[in-house]
Design a binder for this molecule. Sequence first.
Ligand code: HEM
Length: 507
Amino acid sequence: MGLIDHPLTFIVAGALLSYIVFSRVQLYLNRRNFISQHGCEPCPKRYNKEPILGWDVIKENIVNKNERKMLERNQERFRQMGVNTYLTRMLHMPMITTCEPENIKTILSLRFKDYSFGNRYLAFAPLLGDGIFNSDGEKWQNSRHLLRPNFARDQIADLEAFDRHFKLMLKHIPRDGSTVDLQDLFFKLTIDSATEFLFNHSTDSLRMSEDDTENEDAIFARAFQFAQDDILTRLRWNALNFLRSNKEGEDALKICHTYVDKFVEQAIRERQAEKAAGMPEDDRYIFIKELVKQTDDKERIRSELMNILLAGRDTTASLLSNMFFHLALRPDIWAKLREEVAPLEGRLPTYEELRNMKYLKWCLNESLRTHPVVPGNSRYAVKDTVLPIGGGAEGKAPLFVPKGTIVTYSPYTMHRRTDFYGPDAAEYKPERWENLRPGWEYLPFNGGPRICLGQQYALTEASFVTVRLLQEFSKIESRDPNGGKWQEGLTLTVCSGNGVKVGLTPA
Ligand code: HEM
């Protein structure tokens, strides 16, 4: 008697089948119950036409990405379908896409525990390990607990340090009005200031000459950029990533880890020596020193530092770049900003003065509205849950979200909704902030328990750099190769695809 016709085989197969049928029926009944309890209705709109893997959407996304029109066309999808929440599919994953503030508030805050980051972990882990930006649940709570006190101080940003880096940046800006790419300089400035803030050692890329490419700091800056871009490639390859050979990526990771480990080990050694000698604590605020006071787990400290460098560097540079792209096109706004900084009479602003510059704040807000630096994001439903809006013919009823669904949300589209911001929502118009008091419909820094920790730091740095440029230059003129039509440069964050080419006139 073979295994196939053995009576035990039938019994085992029968039991297995009954179990599967039973659990399916149970799941169906539980879900039916859940749906009726919450008054959920089906979502009326689906974007993908190919129903199994959603190839049509994948192909469309590739074209949109290559044509640098991903954000614009994502917004167009909502408009075409006439809804703010729709269904789609990406390979094996069901997706809900929304630009509805009530839904976003539910995902990020009201039903925070119903969601995780999903498969983002695998793509980010090689560079970021288990740091704050890449962990969920208890691990994330531990990270947030470790890091939050370091951001809680009112004056987290060191204006003197910013000014040192600013002065180096200034040397790269021609004073004869010839063209310079400010975006390139902003990215150098923010890696220099962020590494000083985090490691107590700056990459000082603004100090280097064009051909000074082989020193340790320059090698790290390149490797970090590569490793960061590689996260995006891993996200795109998704489950098939193991098929990709990636020697350059592995080398970049090694370089990044070795570079940061050196500063971690040094900080731990110094801490131990200070304790042993009973020396008083340094009253200067140094991020890495604060971390080693709380833990001596080297890998953990390295991961957290990497996470914050990733979270804080491109974001602030992109905010500055996106804003200066607009300022260069608007001499009237530049003049108004210069009026605001005039009372300083050329001296450095204090932290308080920066905070009180109302028009500057409007300009920053407006840039983060028209071009939110993190323009899209997603969460993964770890249990059956519900969104308050998106179901039913009118899209106003609650919507059932089965476990395993990815919910993506688009601050970019939400920030351009004319029902919130008026018919001129797509325009850069700082004056609109005179009366705007938005809630969840304005979300550049996310909301809920995972709200950005570095918001204050970023706004202070961006304000400081802007004030200093306003003090140095009376006029700015756009030399954009695309005639001032903003083109998308989308990676994990979004900046201008053509850089920020300008000419500046010294004051
Ligand atoms: C304009 C600048 C910035 C913008 C627009 C921004 C935006 C964001 C957003 C949208 C998130 C949420 C990501 C998610 O949960 O998927 C986030 C998280 C975070 N940001 Fe920022 N960020 C900026 C600058 C910074 C800076 C300068 C730092 C640090 C120095 C920083 C540190 C963090 C950290 C640590 C998190 C993770 C918080 C958590 O998961 O609990 N950010 N940021």
